[in-house]
Design a protein around this ligand. Structure first.
Ligand SMILES: [Zn+2]
Length: 309
């Protein structure tokens, strides 16, 4: 294994979706020392599905990712998106359905380390940046990505654990399905609220499980971030050892942020100047039964400072 200090550093945004991760990703990636990759853990899946980079191109045709793929092929000559996805999921997914024998697990981890070291090195070389922002978050397929990148591939990770009041996510899920119902789409059901709550608990529990002794972690509450983004960026700058003044200035002056080459659909919509609005609609709109359900999340919610009881 390569020694740690030759590898690029990784800023990892952990947590659930709809908690400001795309916004934070775009802001952190506009720093001169960093390169934002979006949801990098989904790269092979997105490539295989024929989805597009945030620049609008298919991954093999993108000016950036096309080059990354070429470089990966120096290490894995027969690389396909399916192969990259399989190597990644075998190590990163929340639980392997197979209990592989130790020898094959060691083999999986070695291949994982080769793939992701080559990947991060290519990203760093081609972008000319030493720090990579990876906002893969913490859903089941990437539930062990933090420890995997750190333990098996030897990266130094700075984890930003982004949290948001579970009731806001429940409302967000509810509003989403209401819109679909209004649009008369089939296949929607009212289970969205419960799913959002269960997802919130499972995802954050997996962040705690996946944290290993030597990873640095800072917790950021979405509510604090949207209330005072400049202060949050300053705090993060201290944690990351990066001066965020230019980023804060760019945000305050409402200068547009470039779309970059991010993986995952969300980043495509995040172009132009950033206007952060505080979304507290759930406080009046979330129905009583959903508030009662939310109280089941108290062990983690109270730890993050949310009074759900
Ligand atoms: Zn691109």
């Amino acid at each position: 294994m390569m020694s740690n200090n030759t590898l690029p550093r990784i800023i990892y945004i952990a947590g659930t979706g709809r908690s400001g991760s795309t916004l934070l990703d775009v802001l952190l990636s506009s720093h001169a020392a960093t390169f934002g990759t979006g949801e990098l853990g989904s790269f092979f899946l997105e490539w295989g599905r024929g989805n597009r980079c945030s620049c609008g191109e298919l991954y093999p045709e993108c000016a950036f990712w096309g080059e990354v793929i070429e470089r990966l092929k120096h290490v894995f000559p027969d690389l396909t998106p399916q192969m990259g996805e399989a190597i990644s999921r075998r190590v990163e997914a929340s639980s392997a359905p197979w209990r592989a024998p130790l020898r094959s697990r060691t083999h999986d981890r070695q291949r994982y380390a080769s793939l992701w070291q080559a990947m991060m090195q290519a990203i760093s070389d081609l972008s000319g940046r030493q720090v990579i922002v990876d906002s893969s978050k913490s859903s089941r397929p990437v539930a062990r990505r933090i420890s995997s990148l750190s333990k098996w591939a030897g990266f130094e990770l700075f984890v930003i654990h982004l949290v948001r009041d579970p009731r806001a996510l429940m409302w967000s899920a509810m509003r989403g399905s209401n819109r679909l119902l209004e649009a008369n789409q089939k296949g929607t059901f009212r289970g969205g609220v419960l799913r959002a709550l269960v997802g919130w608990n499972m995802t954050h529990a997996s962040v705690h499980r996946d944290q290993i002794a030597n990873t640095r972690l800072i917790r950021v509450r979405y509510e604090d971030f949207t209330a005072d983004p400049a202060q949050t960026l300053k705090d993060l700058g201290g944690f990351l050892g990066l001066d965020m003044d230019m980023v804060i200035e760019q945000m305050a002056a409402e200068r547009p942020f470039p779309s970059g080459h991010g993986v995952g659909g969300n980043r495509m919509r995040r172009q132009g100047p950033i206007h952060i609005k505080v979304d507290e609609e759930w406080k009046t709109a979330l129905p009583q039964y959903a508030r009662l359900l939310a109280s089941f999340s108290w062990p983690l919610a109270s730890r993050y400072g949310y009074d759900v009881l």
